[in-house]
Design a protein. Structure first.
Length: 346
């Protein structure tokens, strides 16, 4: 694998700890590390759920169809659903939340990957869950608590009109271990801000984050100017900082450090039963840093819901984005739409 491909893949692996590009971790976790990765028939269980009859709101019909004509697997790219799960010790699934949801679309030519973030408070349709939910719109992160990863797969599929090919679940606790493994990272904060959950204060300028502080940094949303949106941007900022640290300390050329990093990533992952790690590594080995683009689903303002304030989705914006994903035209999409905005106010 070329050096730059390794750089990109290691960077993706790091983001996997944040439930970002978890498929990047799968790329590296072959052979020895594959045995440390958990397996779950998520897609099989998702396909067994009752069909959603609610008309899709953000899936536009083009050419008389809601999706492209049938094509061989991979002909219109592959979609990896990444779930960052807070499974604290002793918690059951019903007490857990998937606070970070990302979709990674790899184009059919394996030349470009698009990362789309779904903020946890996005106001979307979730189907009925016996004994838990009558069906209707609520915050998207409730799907995991009510039905686990299979329900999230179904909700994202209904929302976007996409077929989910693979699923990667990552525990937030891995952020601490991975950060400490590389000796911490540095991030630049625009102005002082205090995390309301822990009371930890980040000062203006460069902050050195050990594992504990890194977890606080990537999970904070209260006290940030744009709440959950700034939290997602922080995760991207942390990713780049960690990628820089990995390069500067020579992890790629140091077998022991590489082994420690990959081992920690592997232990934090659970992937779908059908994900072929070796084949994925081979298919994505040509990706470079410039081949990755980031965005978030378009939102416009807020809406009051029984679950609290939620993010109202931008109907036209979501339709454009989801159509580009379904037709494998994300490079064209980014020519006319803004990529992931810079971190502000944090």
């Amino acid at each position: 694998m070329p050096r730059w491909a390794k750089v990109v893949v290691v960077t993706l692996s790091v983001l996997a700890a944040l439930a970002g590009l978890g498929f990047g971790a799968a790329v590296l976790l072959t052979g020895h590390y594959e045995g440390e990765v958990g397996r779950d028939d998520v897609l099989g269980r998702a396909s067994a759920l009752p069909t959603i009859t609610e008309p899709p709101e953000y899936v536009v019909v083009t050419g008389g169809r809601q999706s492209p004509t049938a094509a061989p697997p991979g002909a219109i790219g592959e979609n990896f659903l990444i779930l960052g799960v807070d499974t604290r010790a002793g918690w059951t699934q019903n007490q857990s939340r998937s606070d970070t949801i990302m979709l990674v679309h790899v184009d059919a030519g394996r030349r470009h990957a698009s990362v789309v973030s779904f903020p946890r408070d996005s106001y979307v349709y979730i189907p009925p869950v016996p004994g838990r939910w009558a069906g209707g719109k609520t915050k998207i992160n409730a799907a995991y608590a009510w039905g686990g990863a299979p329900l999230v797969v179904q909700v994202i599929g209904h929302l976007t009109g996409l077929s989910i090919d693979h699923v990667v679940r990552v525990d937030f606790a891995a952020v601490r271990k991975i950060t400490d493994t590389v000796g911490g990272v540095d991030v630049t904060v625009a102005k002082p801000v205090t995390d309301g959950r822990t009371g930890y204060r980040f000062h203006a300028g460069v902050n050195h984050l050990d594992g504990k502080r890194a977890e606080i940094y990537v999970r904070q949303r209260y006290g940030l100017a744009q709440g959950d949106f700034d939290r997602v941007r922080r995760q991207q900022q942390y990713l780049h900082a960690l990628g820089d640290k990995v390069l500067s300390m020579g992890v790629l050329t140091n077998p022991m450090r590489m082994s420690s990093l990959l081992s920690e990533v592997a232990k934090s992952l659970v992937v779908d039963a059908g994900l072929d790690l070796t084949a994925t590594a081979r298919a994505l080995s040509g990706l470079r840093g410039d081949d990755l683009s980031f965005t978030t689903i378009p939102s416009t303002g807020f809406v009051r819901s029984p679950a609290g304030t939620a993010n109202r989705l931008d109907t036209a914006g979501c339709r454009d984005l989801f159509l580009a994903l379904r037709t494998d035209r994300m490079t064209e999409y980014f020519r006319t739409h803004r990529a992931y905005p810079a971190l502000t106010g944090a």
